[in-house]
Design a protein around this ligand. Structure first.
Ligand code: ASP
Length: 341
């Protein structure tokens, strides 16, 4: 490896590399090399940049766990030769991918920064250039001969976030992402300001890629009037391995006996049920209100202040680890990649 930082840009698709189909008016993917030609400024960065593209770039609404495995394998195969990675990704599911990669890449000691844009790179008012250039710059940073950032992050509109703390919050604004329970790791203004105290510490351990993600899980968003018959049908007549319950406020739910009985039935069958709040920010605290006390007593797992995206990824990952019921609960309730408080 040369003295200069060397980073790998991994193109997966998304608006950043799309162009308008003049016949239909819809945005579709175009050629990755054309994309790089649009940003000659990248050559001004003091680092070597190499590029690779998924065989078939996709709109991120089509992102699947098999694509996450492909991205992880590209990172793993190029790990020794690069100081950092920038993953160009559609914004729609970027927080899901960032969360998943954070769990799948254990002992990461180099930056993996996801970015994209709200407008295509060829658009006059595009946000793609700043996002890509600064993401690349952040990925190339080194301190004392080591990568400065050693985790999966998401960079968008002047902010670097911990990837598994983000959620897409706007389909309109350039500031498309929010990280309500974790302050940005860096901000880009006249200077790049890095919140050193919030970065995950460097670890000298071998990277381990976890490819097994169990996907037969349910996300149940509670609402007043949730239908008993439908939920009973879903929770007793289908086969699934885990449930994420999106509850009210700081982890509250209806106390109707039929509802609690259905949850108990899942837990008795060793199917983990995780309590995640519907609120954008704040933390689940079972027992704070009477409407959450029984959830805690039943053995429902606290998602604390985790995002739904990270809860889904963590559940897929932990289910793939074949853990016992109690160990699963303990690990789920513990921050393993900075994903919860
Ligand atoms: N639909 C696009 C995608 O997620 C939107 C974007 O790139 O921002 O791939």
């Amino acid at each position: 490896m040369s003295k200069k930082s060397s980073i790998l840009l991994i193109y997966t698709g998304g608006t950043i590399g799309m162009v308008k189909d003049f016949e239909t008016g819809a945005l579709k993917n175009f050629n990755f090399d054309q994309l790089l030609n649009q940003i000659p400024e990248l050559k001004l960065l003091d680092c070597d940049i190499s590029t690779i593209s998924l065989e078939q770039p996709i709109d991120s609404s089509n992102m699947q766990p098999t694509n996450w495995v492909d991205i992880c394998n590209i990172i793993n195969e190029n790990y020794a030769d690069h100081n950092g990675f920038v993953v160009l990704h559609g914004s729609d599911t970027m927080s899901y991918t960032a969360s998943a990669l954070s769990f799948m890449l254990e002992n990461l000691s180099k930056p993996v920064i996801l970015t994209g844009s709200q407008l295509p790179i060829g658009d006059l008012r595009t946000d793609a250039k700043e996002n890509l250039i600064t993401a690349a710059q952040l990925a190339s940073l080194r301190k004392n001969g080591r990568p400065y950032i050693t985790e999966v992050c998401l960079y968008f509109e002047y902010k670097l976030y911990r990837g598994n703390r983000t959620t897409k919050a706007s389909a309109e604004h350039f500031e498309a992402f929010a990280s309500p329970n974790c302050i940005p790791l860096a901000t880009s203004g006249v200077n790049l300001t890095i919140a050193d105290q919030n970065l995950r510490p460097y670890r000298r351990k071998k990277l381990i890629v976890h490819e097994k993600m169990i996907t037969d899980i349910l996300v149940i968003h509670l609402f007043p009037g949730l239908n008993e018959e439908l939920l009973t049908q879903m929770l007793t007549k289908t086969k699934f391995s885990g449930v994420i319950l999106k509850t009210f406020g700081n982890g509250n739910a209806s106390t109707q006996p039929w509802f609690l009985k259905l949850l108990k039935n899942c837990i008795d069958r060793d199917i983990p049920v995780v309590n995640v709040t519907q609120c954008l920010s704040g933390v689940v605290q079972m027992g704070n209100y009477e409407t959450s006390t029984q959830l805690g007593q039943l053995g429902v797992i606290s998602g604390k202040d985790i995002t739904t995206e990270a809860a889904i990824a963590k559940m897929m990952y932990l289910l793939g680890q074949d853990l016992g019921k109690q160990v699963f609960k303990t690990i789920f309730e513990t921050s393993i990649r900075g994903e919860m408080c």
